[in-house]
Design a protein around this ligand. Structure first.
Ligand code: AMP
Length: 214
């Protein structure tokens, strides 16, 4: 399947994407994960993105489109992809539409995961991420077995730099200004499905039903 997962930071896009990859071999493509890996590796891309990321601002559209035009050409995209955290602005969405048309590809749907703001704030402040494999934990509802150590790969599980209260508040404002308008952009294109849900299972069930997957 080829989907865009739309939703505020903390709406559960990453968790839903990971579950969907198990259904049909589609790959999760998270621009946030790609950028964090670039920052950790100290590459040119990482250096350009780091300050904006730390503040909870968006990285430039040009940088993101450069990453995505390469990524979508890779072999593992043949079985489908789940775009997690991309597009995040109208210019990115327009550039993606053109890129997909040039590649002769078509998305199945744009899934807007709608979660109440108080749930999101609670989730983001209690979320922890493995810096090695990007597995996601929650100190309240899903802590790693050993504090600070990833169950899956043994890597360090930490609070992300952009999950301080100030950066979170900025990320939500940026989302409302720059990314939320994508819902009406894709609604006009007849591609939007909105799921109001606080559990990833509900979101997965709605997507399966919409795409006719058993
Ligand atoms: P995420 O893990 O998706 O919340 O992304 C973390 C950070 O990476 C964001 O707060 C932005 O600074 C940056 N980022 C990720 N995806 C994009 C994008 N599509 N456009 C601009 N900035 C992005």
């Amino acid at each position: 399947m080829k989907l865009i997962l739309l939703g505020a930071p903390g709406a559960g896009k990453g968790t839903v994407a990971k579950l969907l990859t198990q259904l049909d071999g589609s790959v999760q493509i998270s621009t946030g994960d790609i950028l964090r890996a670039a920052v950790a590796a100290g590459t040119e891309l990482g250096k350009k993105a780091e300050a904006a990321m730390k503040a909870g601002d968006l990285v430039s559209d040009d940088l993101i489109m450069g990453i995505m035009s390469e990524r979508l050409k890779q072999d593992d995209c043949k079985n489908g992809y789940l775009l997690d955290g991309f597009p995040r602005t109208i210019p990115q969405a327009e550039a993606l539409t053109k890129m997909l048309a040039d590649m002769g590809e078509k998305l199945d749907a744009v899934v807007n995961i709608d979660v109440p703001r108080d749930v999101i704030l609670d989730r983001l402040t209690t979320r922890r991420t493995c810096t090695k494999c990007n597995a996601i934990y929650n100190v309240k509802s899903n802590p790693p077995k050993v504090e600070g150590v990833c169950d899956k790969c043994g890597g360090p599980v930490v609070q992300r730099d952009d999950e301080t209260e100030q950066a979170i508040s900025n990320r939500l404002d940026v989302y409302n200004q720059k990314t939320a308008p994508l819902a009406s952009f894709y609604e006009k294109a007849g591609m939007l499905m909105t799921v109001t849900a606080t559990s990833s299972d509900t979101v997965i069930a709605a997507i399966k039903s919409k795409l006719g997957i058993k």
